[in-house]
Design a protein around this ligand. Structure first.
Ligand code: BG6
Length: 468
């Protein structure tokens, strides 16, 4: 691995930061869930398939623990830390007055990271849509939200550009066509005649927002690097039957390549445009002037990788009511792979395959900004230890795959930032699904405890991945 490889960890504001009712923060979609028990109830019954958690106001309370947390990251030797900015901490209504207390909070966090030689990797939007924009414009469905986002990212670049070199635009935006209603406040079902137009509009608006952020970043911060962030869902054919091979190809095309082709090749592909036209959508041609602008092209591709899936003609076992985003598109079970207790296949080789596919296709550096094993098995013992050999084993295999991709296949990779490095709330709504090197005791003021994996990862970083 190269000497400047960014070893670290990853989080998002709504799952980790807390302080929801402090420092002048406005409500996001998740704060509404915390405050509105009816919505929380609907969520727990599977609204969007997400959010059994009823209260996001504290989560892991990074808001009050950031100095301690950054100290712990420094002790592990982190070179980088991924976090997101809560849009409503900067602009409480999404597009109105600036909240100086919010600016001060993030400036302090970034300064503290820099003091410890840790590079912040900052996601501009990790799903916490301002509630006011949902109420007024239905979130990304309204072009007005794109205008609000433009204002928000300019503030971020202006205020934090002196500290932040690595930026990510919208978290896992390749899923938007699959989950367009998320964060719009609208319940549009696939059976509605309006569905296709709705889904394409939401997707298209997020794309305009993405291209604008990339271009603006390059203009305002020429030294910075900005990338996209995608959810990977690599699919294999279940068998060598060409029908299965074709279905795997379609899966990868629709979930990964259609989106990355758009971002890297300057516009919707011909196939994509024809599909939209066939569905009577004219959206693909609106406001696309930025799409092919060279300065709106990303500098690197970042992605989450947890598992792979299989595609084939066999009756699909995909569960429409599945608990997690990932399982919503989980196709067929791979008979060759073991699974985690949450039903996610464990496939380190898939990570190497994916890295090769992405790099060969787009010739852009990669950054792994999510990976890891979420389990309920972490137990805080009486002497305040957590023994997590399963996590060490999972990460060991995946880091080995990254090393092989980098050292043997010559893939350019900027860093490895496993998810939830300090325990946080799961996006699928189970706060006991833990990923961290550091245990957070939610029953006792979010106190932090090092798990066994803490020292293991510290040694991995110290030896630059030589000792796993
Ligand atoms: C990614 C998201 O989809 O997967 C994270 O960017 C999420 O927000 C992560 O937490 C893991 O998923 P889960 O459901 O285990 O929290």
């Amino acid at each position: 691995m190269q000497n400047d490889f960014l070893w670290g960890g990853s989080t998002s504001a709504f799952q980790f930061e807390g302080g929801a009712n402090e420092g002048g923060k406005g409500d996001s979609f998740y704060d509404t869930i915390s405050k509105n028990s009816k919505l929380a109830q609907e969520s727990s019954e599977g609204w969007m398939g997400l959010n059994k958690i009823k209260d996001y106001s504290v989560t892991s309370d990074f808001y009050h623990h950031y100095e301690e947390d950054i100290q712990l990251m420094a002790e592990m030797g982190f070179k980088a830390f991924r976090m997101s900015i809560a849009w409503t901490r900067i602009l409480p209504t999404g597009d109105g007055e600036i909240n100086q207390t919010g600016i001060d909070f993030y400036s302090d966090v970034f300064k503290t990271l820099k003091e410890h030689d840790i590079e912040p990797v900052v996601t501009l939007y990790h799903w916490d849509m301002p509630q006011s924009l949902i109420d007024r414009y239905h979130g990304w469905y309204g072009i007005e939200t794109v205008e609000a986002f433009k204002k928000y990212v300019e503030i971020c670049f202006r205020e934090f550009g002196q500290y932040v070199k690595y930026w990510l635009t919208l978290n896992e935006n390749n899923l938007t066509l699959k989950l367009p209603a998320f964060g719009t406040g609208m319940k549009v079902s696939k059976k509605d005649s309006f569905y296709n137009e709705f889904a394409y509009r939401v997707y298209h608006n997020t794309n305009i927002a993405h291209f604008y952020a990339v271009k603006k970043c390059h203009e305002m911060l020429p030294e910075a690097k900005i990338g996209c962030m995608i959810a990977s869902s690599l699919s294999y054919p279940l068998t060598s039957d060409p029908e299965d091979v074709f279905m795997a190809l379609k899966h990868n095309q629709e979930l990964t390549y259609d989106y990355l082709d758009l971002l890297c090749r300057g516009g919707y592909t011909r196939k994509n445009k024809l599909e939209m036209e066939a569905k009577k959508s004219t959206i693909a041609s609106e406001n696309t002037d930025l799409f092919s602008n060279p300065s709106a092209k990303i500098d690197f591709i970042s992605f989450s990788y947890y598992f792979s899936v299989c595609s084939g003609t066999e009756q699909s076992s995909a569960d429409e009511n599945a608990e997690t985003l990932q399982m919503m598109y989980q196709a067929l079970k791979n008979p060759k792979l073991k699974e985690s207790s949450f039903g996610w296949t464990i496939d380190p080789k898939g990570l190497r395959i994916l890295m090769n596919e992405l790099y060969d296709r787009y010739q852009l550096p990669l950054m792994i900004v999510e990976n890891g094993l979420g389990v309920k098995d972490d137990i805080l013992t009486e002497d305040k230890k957590v023994h997590d050999p399963y996590r060490i084993e999972y990460l060991k295999q995946h880091i080995q795959a990254v090393k092989e991709a980098v050292d043997e296949d010559n893939v350019e990779c900027l860093g490895y930032l496993p998810w939830g490095c300090i325990d946080l709330y799961s996006a699928s709504g189970d706060r006991d699904k833990r990923y961290g090197f550091i245990y957070v005791d939610y029953e006792d003021n979010c106190k932090r405890y090092k798990k066994d994996s803490f020292n293991w990862y510290k040694n991995v970083i110290q030896t630059n991945g030589e000792e796993l």
